[in-house]
Design a protein around this ligand. Structure first.
Ligand SMILES: [Zn+2]
Length: 285
């Protein structure tokens, strides 16, 4: 099973995670810029963070045979902090980089006027830089947050097929399905979405435009829940090809729209033994 985790915060994870992910079939990840838990007090703090997302973290991932890409943005929560707003002026420098495959995470946290403004400004940047956008939806008041999100996306003029609306569940899936945007689902140990519930949604809505991620971060989360979802799909009667579409080809197609998703070295990278770092030949697996 080859797996592309389209949303995971590896900065917050250990090398044990990289080892287990590589062993489970995770060959590529996208790490969106997000809130680190501790509020940042200046834009300079973001510069170091963004640099690590396109420098240090891809290097760390590469040691385990995992290809690492990033999305860059001012996250919804810190969009409310006036000390962080100047980050918006730093973004163009990063949106030009080859390792950056989308603008994100953008969207709403508490749906404040400040978030409105940062969200719209960053969708405009996605259009200007011809990049897809990764849109976070709020964890509270989900249906209303999702409706408003889709209205702002439509208003921005960005092609719906270049937007993924993330952290969906049974309440919001249909709304996003009908909008033409891609659908992101974060599989969590005890909140958001479970592998079993995900399988039910795939049964009902099919596999088109569906993205499954672990969204693993500094909170209680599990980077292997992408794999667990693939296993649950197989157990429910989905084919290997269905699993490959959801866990590999869909994220490749979505982020491939950036024109920067170079996966040419992934098969070679997957042939590096995560334990020893030695090159090994692994047949066609
Ligand atoms: Zn996230």
């Amino acid at each position: 099973m080859r797996i592309f985790d389209p949303h995971i915060h590896m900065t917050s994870r250990t090398t044990d995670d990289y080892e287990r992910m590589a062993a489970a079939g995770v060959r590529a990840v996208v790490e969106p810029a997000f809130w680190l838990g501790q509020p940042r007090t200046s834009a300079a703090s973001f510069t170091d963070y963004f640099d690590s997302l396109i420098g240090w973290e891809p290097f760390r991932a590469g040691q385990f045979g995992v290809r690492h890409f990033a999305t860059i943005a001012l996250n919804p929560k810190e969009a409310n902090d006036p000390r962080c707003r100047p980050v918006l002026d730093l973004l163009p420098r990063y949106l030009d980089k080859d390792a950056v495959v989308a603008v994100g995470e953008i969207g709403y946290d508490s749906m404040t006027p400040e978030e409105d403004e940062a969200f719209a400004a960053q969708l405009a940047l996605a259009v200007a830089y011809d990049l897809p956008a990764l849109v976070h939806t709020p964890h509270r008041d989900k249906a209303r947050g999702c409706e408003r999100t889709l209205a702002v996306v439509a208003e921005s003029g960005i092609d719906a097929g270049r937007v993924v609306v993330d952290h969906l569940n049974e309440v919001t899936v249909k709304l996003v399905r009908d909008s033409g945007c891609w659908l992101g689902f974060s599989i969590y140990p005890d909140t958001k979405m479970t592998p079993q519930r995900m399988v039910e949604l795939l049964r009902e809505y099919g596999t088109e435009r569906m993205l499954v991620n672990s969204a693993a971060d500094w909170g209680r989360s599990d980077p292997l829940l992408t794999r667990a979802t693939g296993e649950a799909m197989l157990a429910a009667g989905f084919s290997d090809d269905d699993v490959d579409k959801v866990l590999w080809r869909n994220p490749v197609e979505f982020y491939g729209q950036s024109g920067r998703l170079d996966l040419s070295d992934v098969d070679a990278a997957a042939a590096v033994d995560p334990q020893t770092g030695n090159s090994i030949l692994r047949g066609g697996s």
